[in-house]
Design a protein around this ligand. Structure first.
Ligand code: A2P
Length: 270
């Protein structure tokens, strides 16, 4: 066969191109949020709390990718994600339609600052989240290292509506019998607030910190830079306001290169 008659070959993928993974399960929590699990390539490594690019093949064959926090812990054989559904979002408007067996694209490298390496040692770890910003903490609270490093872990989750708390509630409940971290369950506190529907605590988390309500509710002292460490994940406004409260209490922002008392990451939308 001469070259002109050769069947068209798919162009070779670059070694950095995303891998194609299979959707294993999808769970819709509300009309704004859903979680899904995909296969994990054996070579894919990450630290609990990191994010990775996830996406779909676009109509022109160009991948459409967005950053997603990995919600599963680093030891899990599958990868879990918790996503917002943006009605006109270029990716999430399509991603929300995936079903088991469908293919999604997974970036090869994860990164991020919501990791233990970016915090100095402490006694109490606060994980402040709003909406799908709970995703990286779903990873962190399922990692035994978290309980080796901290005596107490406080996961806060603030949502607009009560139904949006369900993912976190199911997750925390499942930890009680978890073979790896179940024995530490008593040291994990789940603090939920809802802002746009009736709920026992109907405040933004920033209000709970400013008024001291969270500290009295949990019977812990106010922020202390000597022992308290903080990870923050939510909208940009939520991050900025929570960060300001941490700084007011004398905590400094850390990074992988320079660990300190608190770290931040935007909950990605698109
Ligand atoms: P609110 O209902 O008062 O806006 P979103 O879905 O917009 O990201 O919001 C998720 C949750 O985060 C909502 O409960 C929202 O409260 C809260 N929130 C929004 N902005 C801030 C902020 N600047 N500081 C603290 N919480 C915030």
């Amino acid at each position: 066969m001469d070259a002109a008659n050769k069947p068209a070959e798919k162009p070779a993928r670059s070694p950095n191109a995303p891998t194609e993974e299979t959707v294993l399960s999808v769970k819709h929590y509300t009309d704004r949020m859903f979680a899904f699990r995909i296969t994990r390539p054996p070579a894919f490594r990450f630290r609990s709390g990191e994010f990775v690019m996830i996406g779909l093949e676009g109509p022109t064959g160009k991948p459409l990718l967005r950053a997603y926090s990995i919600a599963s812990p680093s030891w899990d054989e599958e990868l879990e994600f918790f996503s917002i559904k943006v009605p006109d979002g270029p990716l999430t408007s399509k991603l929300q339609l995936i079903k088991p067996g469908d293919k999604v694209l997974l970036g090869r490298k994860s990164t991020g600052t919501l990791v233990h390496d970016a915090l100095t040692p402490g006694k109490r770890l606060y994980l402040f989240s709003t909406g799908t910003g709970i995703a990286p903490f779903a990873s962190v609270i399922r990692d035994p290292e978290t309980y080796e490093r901290f005596e107490q872990v406080i996961l806060t989750h603030t949502c607009r509506e009560v139904g949006e708390l369900k993912y976190g509630q199911d997750l925390v409940a499942s930890l009680q019998d978890d073979p790896l971290v179940g024995e530490h369950f008593g040291r994990l506190h789940h603090y939920t607030t809802v802002t746009r529907e009736p709920w026992p605590n109907q405040n933004r988390i920033t209000t709970c910190i400013e008024t001291g309500l969270i500290f009295s509710d949990l019977e812990v002292p106010p922020f202390d830079p000597a022992v308290d460490r903080v990870m923050i994940c939510g909208s940009m406004d939520m991050i900025n306001d929570t960060k300001a409260l941490c700084e007011k209490a004398g905590l400094n922002e850390g990074s992988n290169a320079t660990p300190a008392e608190f770290v931040i990451e935007k909950a990605f939308v698109g």
